[in-house]
Design a protein around this ligand. Sequence first.
Ligand SMILES: [Zn+2]
Length: 78
Amino acid sequence: MKWQPIPTIKSEQIDDLFKSLYGVDRKTSIVNRTCVSCEAEVSEEGFRDEVSLREFHISGLCQVCQDKVFGYDDCMEK
Ligand SMILES: [Zn+2]
């Protein structure tokens, strides 16, 4: 079964912000299963847990980029 992510609904302003930040459309990236930041292909198995997977549907960031943005190493390992 193929994983088909469905982007969460965000306000127009947030979508515009993402577009100007990353130069790609958040929803398009999510549906195409690519990361909005590094453009890597993402897979369902590539996410550490449900929370990270859910975050992809919101921000369109892959696991690696989520770790960078949210500072996984800094705050989770303590
Ligand atoms: Zn990424």
